[in-house]
Design a protein around this ligand. Structure first.
Ligand code: IMP
Length: 175
């Protein structure tokens, strides 16, 4: 499959993704058996993963989609990222961030910090994919679907320049 200038080849099959999603949901069911967590999928990339995941979760839970707004700060810190779209108070709540992929962990680090500052009871992360942990900013991702090498992936919500989200499987860029 070709998207713009890049050629992609099949990587993770739809059925393997679905199996993994069920496993992650089962673990969340166990860990949050006596709680009512709020799942916080980060748009746009996690919309398909989040939809499949919540269907497999059996405990009571809430779902609230959020987006990240990137802007250039006035200070030398450079690019700041903040959450937009939060509709309810997260104070005293158990939060599970739903991410498509963790690469450097920079995005996640900012979100986790922001959520902690809101007085949440706990903040954990479920990510479908995680690239080589060496690249990460010491951020703990409690639930990981697939560990992958540092390669560019596409599909099942993940995009290349806005394109290619609409597949039920994951592809990777040809070397
Ligand atoms: P991080 O801040 O470096 O961890 O970047 C995470 C975000 O970058 C993800 O939520 C994705 O939106 C995007 N991203 C990172 N790697 C890929 C990839 O291989 N394909 C598509 N998007 C990616």
């Amino acid at each position: 499959m070709k998207v713009k200038d890049l050629e992609f080849k099949p990587f993770i099959k739809a059925e393997d993704i679905q199996k993994k999603v069920k496993t992650l949901a089962k673990q969340i069911d166990i860990d949050y058996a006596d709680k009512t967590p709020i799942l916080l999928p980060i748009l746009n990339g996690s919309f398909i993963f989040a939809a499949d995941l919540v269907k497999q979760i059996n405990i009571a839970c809430k779902v609230s989609f959020v987006k990240i707004n990137s802007y250039v700060g006035t200070q030398s810190t450079g690019q700041l990222k903040t959450l937009i779209g939060l509709e309810e108070s997260l104070f005293g709540q158990h939060i599970i961030i739903v991410e498509d992929i963790v690469d450097t962990g920079l995005t996640l680090q900012k979100i986790v910090d922001e959520l902690r500052s809101l007085g949440t009871k706990s903040v954990e992360v479920v990510a479908l994919l995680r690239k080589t942990p060496a690249r990460e900013k010491n951020i703990e991702v409690k639930y990981v679907g697939f560990e992958i090498d540092n390669e560019f992936v596409l599909g099942y919500g993940l995009d290349y320049d806005g394109l290619g989200r609409n597949t039920d499987h994951i592809l990777k860029a040809k070397a």
